[in-house]
Design a protein. Structure first.
Length: 261
């Protein structure tokens, strides 16, 4: 069953030549409800499509390793697409994947599907990528638990355009809030008076209502020992309080990506 939320994307299949396999990929993606067009590899044409395309699928010819010109075109095409932060899937032979990776290191930044090709794998990979994208675009609800009002104010300002942020200034206030509200992630200060972060995490894990809420520790001390102690409690991660706005946003993005993989 096709998820209506991820239908209607614009996908380009890039081919070095038209063949049955290319047509099969095109039909498979079209059957998922997306807008699909096949282009013979041409950098100028690809550049013109970048602003209106969500994903590219390149079908690499089996004779690529004996054709240095085709290798150069492939590398330029990959660079062009990745520089625009577009999703990219490569379809090629498992036998030459590692050799091609040495020639074009950027391949490690793409999705790779081995031949012999199974079209259901293409459908699954496309669906997974667009499903993850849809989940990442949903506004995530974060609870910040921190007794420092100045820091909480800064974090609220930093996250206001990306996340829905609620703030609790004490552990028991956080527990009470969570009994009545759904949250996607808790940012938990490791060092707090009365009831500290580890104690709060222990209480959360012992209650079925809160046991599965992801928790990330905020710590003001970045020593190896302090980080090891924080991670021994098995949170989803930790973020230093000295992190800049860009570092905090990137850390949260990475944590949410791992949660949905």
């Amino acid at each position: 069953m096709i998820n209506k939320k991820i239908r209607g994307k614009f996908v380009k299949v890039i081919a070095f030549q038209h063949n049955t396999q290319v047509r099969g990929v095109e039909k498979t993606v079209k059957d998922l409800g997306h807008h699909v067009e096949t282009l013979l590899v041409d950098i100028d044409k690809i550049i013109k499509t970048l602003d209106k395309t969500n994903m590219y699928i390149i079908v690499i010819p089996e004779e690529i390793m004996s054709d240095s010109v085709a290798q150069g075109v492939l590398e330029e095409t990959i660079d062009c697409i990745l520089n625009k932060n577009k999703y990219l899937i490569l379809i090629g032979n498992k036998s030459y994947h590692n050799s091609l990776l040495q020639l074009i290191p950027e391949i490690k930044l793409t999705q790779w599907i081995n031949r012999p090709l199974k079209l259901e794998e293409v459908a699954d990979r496309v669906n997974r990528i667009f499903t993850l994208e849809a989940k990442m675009k949903e506004t995530k609800k974060i609870l910040l638990v921190d007794d420092d009002p100045s820091y909480a104010k800064i974090v609220r300002e930093w996250l206001k355009d990306t996340y829905s942020l609620s703030i609790a200034t004490a552990g028991m206030q956080a527990i009470t809030f969570l009994m009545k509200n759904q949250i996607d992630l808790i940012l938990l200060d490791y060092d707090m008076p009365v009831v500290d972060g580890p104690q709060i995490l222990e209480m959360l894990r012992s209650d079925t209502l809160t046991a599965n809420i992801p928790v990330v520790f905020l710590t003001g001390v970045g020593t190896k020992d302090s980080i090891a102690r924080a991670m021994s409690l098995k949170p989803q991660g930790y973020i230093l309080k000295s992190a800049t706005k860009e570092e905090l946003l990137k850390s949260l993005e990475t944590i949410f990506e791992k949660m949905y993989k």
